[in-house]
Design a protein around this ligand. Structure first.
Ligand code: NDP
Length: 290
């Protein structure tokens, strides 16, 4: 099976590397040097955008759904009937449905298939994939996904993957913000941050944020940028679209979008790690979490 991967960013680069070890893989990246580096490192083939249309399975992993839709429009004249387009972008259900309808005019099946597990999960081939769309197309591409994912679940029809991802990331955001608030209060009262985390991680308030992010990124003061604040804020906007579409109450999770928009403004950059919101709480509290 010939595959193509478009978007060799923090997530796409290692994911496409795992695919290239098992399947013939064409790679395209807007900044072409990254595609050339990928080819040298993993034995993929760096190509121009049009050439990716040769593949039977095309992957995209770019920032937003609008980028995916633009790529689909550019590639449309070249695409082959019967191909499957797997979109690993954390995107918008509504726009993804429009892109899927466009691709269907050329006999190409689109699956929304966002990823979770972070850059570490992508590098270790332990990503989680949540898939929305056609079941037969999903079954065809599943063996390729198995090269980089530890958990692959078809969660529902077209758009369902994006919706689940948006809710997941709203839960990430609420935990990150809430733990930051709690930790500045504790540190201000003279509690050692490392000891507080140790206790929380053995108690009922623990989360992925407390177990896997806060110690290594905030308390360590490292803040490595593997998942940008701007991308998480974007996901909260998508979550609000999901709540709006559902018409269900979400007073807490809807609010998060405002919190993270304020964080972007106050921090003055979107291109910092999402855990930088802890720094904002620190600034407001006048204490440093350590
Ligand atoms: P990065 O910013 O690291 O990479 C983005 C990639 O998309 C780069 O290859 C970039 O090319 C390319 N790109 C950007 N804009 C365009 C465009 N208009 N047309 C074509 N290519 C474009 O992002 P991530 O890899 O972190 O994230 C990608 C997606 O995965 C996002 O939707 C994100 O929310 C999601 N995600 C990220 C996770 C993470 O931990 N980082 C975890 C789970 C999901 P160039 O090299 O030229 O800049």
């Amino acid at each position: 099976m010939k595959t193509a991967f478009i978007g060799l960013g923090a997530m796409g680069y290692p994911i496409a590397g795992h695919i290239a070890k098992k399947f013939e893989t064409l790679v395209y990246n807007r900044t072409f040097a990254k595609a050339q580096a990928h080819a040298a490192e993993f034995g993929s083939r760096a190509v121009g955008l049009e050439q990716t249309a040769e593949a039977q399975v095309l992957f995209t992993c770019v920032p937003i759904s609008k980028d995916v839709d633009e790529l689909a429009r550019q590639l449309l004249p070249h695409l082959r009937s019967g191909a499957v387009w797997v979109d690993h972008t954390s995107g918008e259900p509504a726009l993804a449905k429009e892109t899927a309808a466009l691709l269907a005019t050329k006999g190409v099946t689109y699956l929304d298939a966002p990823l979770s597990g972070g850059v570490a999960g992508a590098k270790n081939a332990k990503a989680t994939v949540m898939v929305g769309g056609d079941k037969a197309a999903f079954e065809r591409v599943k063996p390729v996904m198995e090269t980089y994912a530890a958990k692959i679940v078809q969660v529902g029809p077209l758009g369902a993957g994006h919706a689940v991802k948006a809710v997941n990331n709203a839960l990430l955001a609420v935990n990150l913000w809430a733990l930051s608030e709690g930790m500045v209060a504790l540190v201000q009262q003279g509690v050692d941050a490392g000891l507080a985390l140790e206790v929380i991680n053995a108690s009922s308030g623990r989360s992925n944020v407390s177990e896997n992010l806060f110690g290594s990124r905030v308390v360590s003061r490292a803040f490595p940028n593997t998942f940008a604040l701007g991308l998480l804020a974007k996901d909260l906007g998508i979550a609000n679209q999901v709540f709006q579409e559902a018409g269900t109450p979400a007073p807490l999770l809807r609010q998060l979008r405002e919190f993270f928009e304020i964080a972007k403004l106050e921090i003055g950059s979107t291109d910092v790690d999402h855990t930088a919101v802890a720094r904002l709480l620190e600034r407001w509290a006048g204490v440093e979490i350590h």
